[in-house]
Design a binder for this molecule. Structure first.
Ligand SMILES: [Cu+2]
Length: 129
C-alpha cells in the first residue's frame, strides 16, 4: 500500500492564491501596527516654550509630560523673572529682552509661578506622568 498523500500533492489541502494574498496583507498590517505603536511609545518628549510679552506669560497654563524642558523667552522690552511659587525648584535671574531661562520638569504636579519683579504676573505649568 502506498502513501497517496506523499505521492499525490494534489490531494493536500491547497490554499488559493487569493487566500495567501489576504493572509500576507493581514500580516503586513499587523507588523505595521506593532511598529507604529512601538514608535509612538518611544516618541521623545518634545520641549516647550513660554513667551513673556506685555506683562504676560503665554500660555498661562502649560501642560507637559514629565521630562519636558520648558524654556521661557522674554520678548518684552523690560526685565522679568520666572519663580516657582510653592515648590521652589526653579528661579531665574532677571531676564532682559530676548533672554531665556530653562527648567526640565521631572516630577509630575502643578507648578504655580510668577514674576518676582511684577508679582501680579502669574501662570502655571502642569506636569503629567
Ligand atoms: Cu515681570
Amino acid at each position: 500500500m502506498t502513501n497517496i498523500a506523499s505521492t499525490a500533492p494534489a490531494h493536500q489541502p491547497a490554499r488559493s492564491p487569493r487566500l495567501r494574498r489576504l493572509i500576507s496583507a493581514i500580516a503586513i498590517l499587523v507588523i505595521a501596527a506593532i511598529g507604529l505603536s512601538v514608535g509612538l511609545s518611544a516618541a521623545p518628549v518634545t520641549d516647550a516654550t513660554v513667551k513673556i510679552d506685555n506683562f504676560t506669560f503665554g500660555p498661562k497654563l502649560l501642560t507637559v509630560k514629565a521630562g519636558t524642558k520648558v524654556t521661557w523667552v522674554n520678548q518684552d522690552d523690560i526685565p522679568h523673572t520666572v519663580i516657582d511659587k510653592n515648590r521652589k525648584v526653579f528661579r531665574s535671574k532677571p531676564l532682559d529682552t530676548d533672554d531665556k531661562f530653562s527648567f526640565t520638569f521631572t516630577q509630575p504636579g502643578t507648578y504655580d509661578y510668577f514674576c518676582g519683579l511684577h508679582p501680579h504676573m502669574t501662570a502655571q505649568v502642569v506636569v503629567t506622568p
